[in-house]
Design a protein around this ligand. Structure first.
Ligand code: F6P
Length: 558
């Protein structure tokens, strides 16, 4: 295992620290003094047009950030990742989400496995299934075609599929819809199935490990719902054979653990596999995206994968000074480690991307929320900022106040597309243009603010001038694309995957494990008997937990 380089011992870190000491951001001055600034810091990556110029970036800052990437050996680590070296050290696994979108004629053999052949064999199986459902050839147990696909999964087995499904709704086949059940709160499955017809519903049980409590519980509830409804309506008999046939027609699975799929009662012939070298949060472009493939069809899904691949190629081959994921990841390091930023907003001006911030929360925070490095030693600097956001303009009317005038530095990514899916007009006004005017206005307001003199010049009473001053110099990145196509959605996801990777490498952490979610899961299993009334089990809990469980038990009506 190559030991991580301590970034704080590098020359570049020292130079960045010196730069940060004297750093006074002056976006007004920088733009006024440099007519080329917007051009120089605007880059294209695939179909994404990315303006970095409203960041706290100068040629010197950029060059030192790139020197830092060099000194920590980022290029070598990136090459190791795509070649299939086991860079996920704590799980001793390769990290090959980039292989999920390699074209069919690419070659990659890792640990004796012909990765490209396996990826495309699975894709072909997913596409054949998607075709069957879309064409109506796949029918339920009573012979009716499928109208609703319910994906049951959580974390990476939910957030990616639901985000992409929502993002690509205009590409969805008429007459087919997907729903997503994730939470073990029984409300979730109860609400999502309440108006469904079991004869036309198909469940995809999606779980990399096929051991996840939430998903398996929901899958059992779904099975009981399906069989109960079919039997009570007299549509199937109550025999084991009839039930098995119904399950075979209404359940498929996505997992790396095909033996466990069979134990659950799903025919492995109706299961789509993937591999331990795909992390859950990096898996929407594997069979985990089956619900999406059913909804949008194989051609669109192939475009989606091509989008990822285009961004991979950019990350792997673009000149570092023009490499968008590299620069965005390094800028995040600049803000977190040299300017104390603790969070990062992602603000899509595209309603179809409304689940993108939630998706990114798992991608970034499960990846980089770590306190030890990949060799087990402690990190030497802050890691993992909080990612959050909501679609514009909703966010403007909720939390932008704090971004504009609060005391904390919150770098923000603004995302928008030029061509809307719905070109509506309000009288003479093109509504998308009203929408995008907000996108342009917000980043300008954040960057350039409003001085006290400008406020006074508007005739504002002196007493409230301070409250109406905008300091400006709030850094933003604007990411634009022509339209929200499957390829563009793939490019956006891959962009953030590589930003996450870049930050993780600088910090020396394994961005591909997630041990931090294990403890709570184990404790939940230990506490479960106490919650159900086992006083002996309750007595082993801490005082606060005992008191809370007792209160719960006193309140609960069965
Ligand atoms: O609890 C975290 C996690 O392991 C995620 O990393 C993963 O995406 C999610 O649970 C679901 O896991 P699985 O796909 O194995 O059900």
């Amino acid at each position: 295992m190559t030991a991580p380089v301590d970034p704080t011992t590098t020359q570049a870190w020292q130079k960045l620290a010196d730069l940060a000491d004297d750093f006074t951001p002056d976006l007004r001055g920088w733009f006024a003094g440099d007519a080329d600034r917007a051009d120089r810091f605007t880059l294209d990556a695939g179909d994404l047009h990315v303006d970095l110029s409203k960041n706290w970036i100068s040629d010197e800052v950029r060059d030192q950030l790139l020197a830092l990437a060099d000194e920590v050996g980022l290029a070598g680590r990136r090459a190791a990742m795509v070649a299939g070296e086991h860079i996920n050290s704590t799980e001793d696994r390769a990290v090959l989400h980039t292989a999920l979108r390699l074209p069919r004629d690419a070659a990659l053999t890792v640990d004796g496995q012909d990765v490209v052949a396996d990826v495309h064999a699975t894709l072909d199986k997913v596409y054949a299934f998607a075709d069957q459902v879309r064409s109506g050839e796949w029918v339920g147990v009573t012979g009716k075609r499928i109208e609703t696909v319910v994906n049951i999964g959580i974390g990476g087995s939910d957030l990616g599929p639901v985000m992409v499904y929502e993002a690509l709704l205009p590409y969805k086949q008429e007459g087919l819809a997907c729903r997503f059940v994730s939470n073990i709160d029984p409300t979730d499955i109860a609400e999502k199935t309440s108006d469904l017809d079991p004869e036309t519903t198909l469940f995809i049980v999606c779980s990399k490990t096929f051991t996840t409590l939430e998903t398996l519980t929901n899958a059992r509830l779904a099975k009981a719902w399906l069989l109960g409804r079919l039997e009570s309506a007299g549509l199937i008999e109550g025999s084991d054979e009839a039930r098995a046939e119904a399950v075979a027609k209404h359940f498929v699975a996505v997992s790396t653990a095909l033996d466990k799929v069979a134990d659950f009662g799903i025919d492995p012939a109706n299961a789509f596999g993937f591999w331990d070298w795909v992390g859950g949060r990096y898996s929407v472009d594997s069979a985990v995206g089956t619900a999406v493939a059913v909804a949008i069809g194989k051609e669109n899904f192939a475009d989606f994968l091509a989008g990822f691949h285009a961004m991979d190629e950019h990350f792997l081959t673009a000149d570092p000074a023009k490499n968008v994921p590299l620069l965005m990841g390094l800028l995040n390091v600049w803000y977190v480690n040299f300017h104390g930023a603790a969070s990062h907003a992602v603000l899509p001006y595209a309603q179809y991307l409304h689940r993108f911030p939630a998706y990114l929360q798992q991608l970034t925070m499960e990846s980089n929320g770590k306190s030890v490095r990949w060799d087990g030693s402690e990190v030497t600097t802050d890691t993992g900022e909080v990612f959050w956001g909501e679609p514009g303009t909703n966010g403007q009317h909720a939390f932008y106040q704090l971004i504009h005038q609060g005391t904390r530095l919150i770098p923000a990514d603004f995302i928008a597309v030029a061509n809307p899916a719905h070109a509506l007009r309000d009288g003479d006004a093109d509504v998308h243009e009203l929408f995008l005017s907000n996108f342009f206005a917000q980043t300008a307001a954040l960057a350039f603010g409003k001085t006290a003199d400008e406020v006074r010049a508007e005739g504002t009473a002196e007493a409230i001038v301070p409250a109406r001053v905008f300091e400006g110099n709030r850094p933003t990145t604007s990411i634009m694309a022509s339209a929200l196509t499957p390829s563009v959605v793939g490019q956006l996801i891959a962009l953030y995957e590589h930003i996450t990777f870049t930050q993780g490498i600088v910090w020396g952490i394994d961005s591909f494990d997630q041990w931090g979610v294990e403890l709570g899961k184990k404790l939940a299993l230990q506490i479960a008997p106490a919650v159900s009334g086992d006083d002996q089990a309750l007595s082993h809990q801490d005082g606060s937990t005992q008191s809370l469980v007792r209160w719960y038990r006193a309140q609960r009506r069965h």
